[in-house]
Design a protein. Structure first.
Length: 498
């Protein structure tokens, strides 16, 4: 675990590093961008600070728009060390960044020991985001949220998921030769999924489109610089969109509490949240519930839709993988029948490997921030209290030692789902698409179940073609500039039980 305290040590180095997209310079002078570091703790007083990598101000925008390249270029300046630090610049915070998956896990796990905290890095930026920040509700104990994502809860959601995916795929099929924009179609599918499962009722297409427009304005705007809450800025529109979403969720919470008071059952995740009571008798406030619903939308909508979009594109280029998915579905149907019950989902090992391999190559969440809750040691370096720690998830996954130096189909740059079914592949390695430690995503099993349902119903009943002639640009994950046109055609001989 990271050791607490703080120190200043004098390390001198000069190095200029030119990467394809970013020029950075190294100046390991113990500066965090805010002066000398120091500590009364003798142990930490003996530690050096991470090498300081200076990035031209205009290149800092690549943190948002080209995160993998940014992470790789900055970490190239670590001069053999396990971490770097980047100074504060106008509009951008300072941070340290580890180059090692185990150090990233230490930073995640530090929340259990009070050495790190979850962080919203930019306060104006953070106000548009859900979750903990100044003046916001306290962090909700995981125990109050876990029942909504238990195995039995997810099993209860599966009939609704199956019905929803079946309906959306039929709409794609009905589009015929005109096809659909796969990215837009999957965003609509996953949004309707998460809003229906979360709030426990069916929504009309008109309602879904109206709510998704608020959601779109919010997600586009909270990443928009400058972070000024004005009517004509994207950030200002994001604030209003967030308010509209929270108001809708508050209506749902009020209705759910009224049903509970009348002794009626409340379906969906909102039922679990409003009824949740931990061992000490604590319950969730309305604000905690509405903020967590917003977090669920962000975690369960864009991650799934972006991953499924990339999967559609990749599967188009790998018919052998599609065929193996169909064979697995035949085997699953022979054991469990046609309905997508929990046991059937559990037995989709190859579908699981396909999804995880896609997340390895193209994780939706490129990086996450934590902040040092006190002066700590991490990777042999001093990390002072309140220092942001950027965990470069994309870079770590791309440089996973499990696959380093492999050639042929095992080349780490190639899509090869079978690697995830090996003994090594079943271990997490440097891959953390759903986080790690106490912040491991509670919705991971629900997201995987949803994506497996889509793959199962798609490969059982349809052939498909995709227009892959497109550029992939940074959004929430990498998304296709052309929207990924897709055409579905029903199989003349649907997959049957083997």
């Amino acid at each position: 675990m990271p050791a607490p305290c703080s120190a200043a040590a004098n390390v001198k180095a000069e190095l200029t590093i030119d990467q394809p997209k970013i020029a950075v310079s190294l100046d390991a002078n113990n500066s965090s961008g805010s002066g000398q570091l120091g500590s009364a703790c003798p142990f930490l007083a003996s530690l050096p600070s991470p090498p300081l990598v200076k990035v031209p101000w205009h290149k800092r925008f690549q943190q948002l728009f080209a995160p993998q390249q940014f992470q790789a270029a900055v970490l190239a300046g670590r001069n053999g060390g396990s971490m770097v630090q980047v100074p504060k610049q106008i509009g951008f915070t300072n941070f340290v960044m580890p180059n090692d998956a185990e150090l990233a896990r230490e930073a995640f796990a530090g929340e259990l020991y009070g050495t790190t905290l979850q962080s919203n890095i930019n306060e104006p930026h953070g106000r548009a985001q859900p979750g903990p920040r100044a003046g916001a509700p306290p962090q909700v104990p995981a125990g109050l949220l876990q029942p909504a994502f238990s195995g039995s809860a997810i099993a209860g959601y599966l009939p609704a998921i199956e019905q929803l995916v079946t309906r959306h795929l039929a709409e794609w099929e009905a589009a015929g030769e005109a096809g659909v924009r796969g990215y837009d179609g999957l965003k609509l599918l996953t949004y309707e999924f998460i809003i229906s499962i979360t709030l426990g009722r069916e929504y009309s297409r008109q309602e879904v489109l109206a709510l998704s427009e608020h959601y779109k304005q919010w997600t586009v705007g909270f990443l928009a610089w400058p972070w000024l809450d004005l009517p004509f800025t994207s950030f200002g529109r994001a604030m209003r969109a967030k308010e509209a979403l929270l108001a809708h969720f508050q209506e749902a919470v009020t209705a759910a509490r009224a049903k509970l008071a009348a002794g009626q059952e409340v379906p969906g995740i909102i039922g679990s949240l409003t009824a949740a009571v931990d061992e000490e008798g604590n319950t969730l406030t309305d604000l905690e519930i509405t903020e967590n619903i917003l977090l669920l939308l962000l975690a369960g909508h864009d991650t799934s839709s972006t991953t499924l979009t990339r999967l559609l594109s990749t599967l188009h280029d790998h018919p052998e993988v599609v065929q193996q998915l169909r064979q697995e579905q035949a085997d699953v149907m022979a054991r469990h029948g046609e309905r997508l019950i929990a046991a059937a989902i559990r037995d989709m090992d190859y579908a699981d490997a396909v999804i995880r391999e896609s997340l390895r190559l193209d994780p939706v969440v490129s990086g996450l921030f934590r902040v040092a809750a006190k002066d700590i040691e991490l990777g042999g370096y001093l990390v002072p209290k309140d220092t942001p720690i950027l965990l470069p998830l994309h870079h770590l996954a791309a440089n996973d030692e499990r696959w380093a130096g492999m050639a042929g189909e095992d080349d780490p740059s190639r899509f090869h789902p079978a690697r995830m079914m090996t003994e090594e592949g079943r271990q997490p390695g440097a891959q953390m698409p759903f986080g790690s430690g106490p912040r491991f995503c509670l919705g991971e099993r629900l997201a995987m179940a949803e994506m497996k349902c889509v793959l199962a119903l798609l490969t059982r009943h349809y052939s498909f073609s995709v227009d892959n002639d497109t550029e992939w640009v940074q959004g929430v994950g990498r998304i296709p500039k052309n929207g990924l046109p897709v055409k579905l055609q029903r199989l003349t001989q649907p997959v049957a039980a083997a």
